[in-house]
Design a protein around this ligand. Structure first.
Ligand SMILES: O=C(O)Cc1cc(O)ccc1O
Ligand SMILES: [Fe+2]
Length: 451
């Protein structure tokens, strides 16, 4: 892994161990970090005057009275409210929000896409976001959107925050840097990032072009799933989530701040970098997580469990056990089940399943579901292994087998997902996808016995 210098002029707090220099471990921890000694008030939040002439400002990610409340105290060069122009509406036509039911687009179906290709167009995090599906309603803060991003250019003197959503970022190609108010996160394939609602950042390209997937969560924040009988260990362990240490820049440069708000985009001018938080403490922070630290648990004797066993993160919907979104990971693992059809079974599901391939081959679809590609099996629509996977797995010699070179994921939501016009018309939809099941044979001939 190449290390990249920090942006010119940025000052970062010390902290982090070994390869995790610049990050602090833990999920939902109460962190504290300062890039200049003594910048963080101790024992209180609001001293009459802050050290270094900093302004104290709170970022609340939950209602004040939520249990537990999530908020972070920032100590910054200027309060966020100091920007120079009124918010003016701008158009980002490829970044759509729910509800977005396109009348002449049919979302009912099994769909699969090849990777959305790069073009000559130079695209930033904002102009390169391509919405594939939306679900729920951004105004009532339920549901989600799935996006593909194509990013070739860094944001320059340009910053962004989403008031609508928390963003879960799943890179597939290239390396990105998220310079956020609370510190710097470098991100590459096999890692994910969580960018909280309201957090200001700019996205830079470290190694481009960059493609990946985003789950935009309109609802309650992602959390670690209840572990139940699995107990305290395995799956995603809290210490493997990393929050950045404080880093700030003192840059006086006319800039723009774009805000996503109720599905619309607005821009305001700002005379300085808003990434001017010298110190912060709290439990509302961006995180990154290395998917290679995910410890899968599975069937060790027979049968195929529900894929909930592979949940990395879950965003509750208010109905216990029924997620607004589950983020599920299908990664390298051993399959050992005896006398078992080992790949996913055929099924219909009330939850709708949006999948993406990060690398390698997915066991239910040995061909056609390629790295960078996506598939959608919408609410209650049947799906399962294609014919080759079925025949292979039904006739395989069932010794212990390592599924290697495989990493796919699922954004599963309790709400039906609606295709955008981009997904239906511009993205490389595979018109023949459902043919992968067409040649499944009738094996029944009325006589008993395994066939
Ligand atoms: O449809 C899919 O490929 C995802 C999936 C995987 C699995 O192991 C069980 C159910 C399921 O929906
Ligand atoms: Fe499925």
């Amino acid at each position: 892994m190449t290390t990249h210098d920090l942006p010119k002029g940025m000052i970062r707090a010390p902290g982090g161990l070994g390869p995790h220099e610049g990050y602090m471990p833990g999920f939902g921890n109460d962190f504290e970090t300062e890039a200049l000694p003594g910048a963080l008030p101790q024992g209180m939040n609001s001293p009459q005057k802050c050290n270094y002439g900093l302004y104290g400002e709170q970022l609340s990610g939950t209602a004040f009275t939520a249990n537990p409340p999530e908020r972070t105290w920032t100590y910054r060069i200027r309060p966020s409210v100091k920007h120079s122009t009124r918010y003016a509406r701008i158009d980002l036509p490829f970044w759509q929000s729910a509800p977005n039911v396109v009348p002449d687009v049919t979302s009912l179906g099994q769909y699969r896409w090849d990777p959305v290709p790069y073009t000559e167009e130079r695209l930033t995090w904002l102009t390169g976001m391509r919405t594939m599906t939306t679900a729920g309603d951004v105004n009532t803060q339920v549901g989600m959107a799935s996006h593909v991003y194509l990013v070739t250019e860094s944001m320059v003197d340009s910053y962004f925050f989403s008031a609508d959503s928390e963003l879960l970022v799943v890179p597939q190609e290239g390396r990105l840097r998220f310079c956020t108010e609370l510190g710097v996160i470098d991100l590459e394939p096999r890692e994910i990032a969580i960018l909280p609602r309201g957090l200001v950042y700019r996205v830079e390209v470290l190694d481009g072009p960059c493609r990946g997937f985003v789950c935009e969560n309109y609802g309650q924040k992602f959390e670690l799933p209840a572990r139940g009988p699995i107990g305290a260990n395995c799956l995603a362990n809290p210490r493997d989530f990393k929050a950045p240490v404080a880093a700030f820049e003192d840059r006086e440069k006319p800039s723009t701040l774009t805000v996503k708000w109720c599905g619309q985009f607005h821009e305001t001018g700002i005379g300085q970098s808003p990434l001017d938080v010298v110190a912060w403490h709290g439990n509302y922070a961006p995180l990154k997580y290395d998917l290679r630290t995910y410890c899968p648990v599975g069937a060790v004797l027979f049968d195929h469990p529900d894929p909930s066993i592979f949940t990395v993160l879950t965003a509750p919907s208010g109905v216990p056990g029924t997620a607004n979104i589950d983020f599920v990971l299908f990664r390298e693992r051993w399959t050992v089940a005896e006398d078992t059809f080992r790949p996913p079974w055929y099924h219909k599901n009330i939850m709708s399943e949006l999948m993406g391939n990060i690398y390698g081959q997915y066991d239910a679809k040995p061909k056609g579901f390629v790295p960078g590609g996506m598939s959608l099996h919408n609410m209650m629509l049947p799906h399962g292994p294609d014919r080759n996977a079925f025949e292979g797995a039904s006739n395989a010699d069932l010794k212990a087998e390592k599924l290697d070179n495989t990493m796919s994921f699922m954004f599963e939501t309790r709400f039906p997902q609606h295709l955008t016009r981009f997904a239906a018309e511009d993205a490389p939809l595979q018109d023949d996808y459902i043919d992968c099941w067409a040649s499944l044979e009738k094996k029944f001939d009325g006589t008993p016995g395994r066939k």
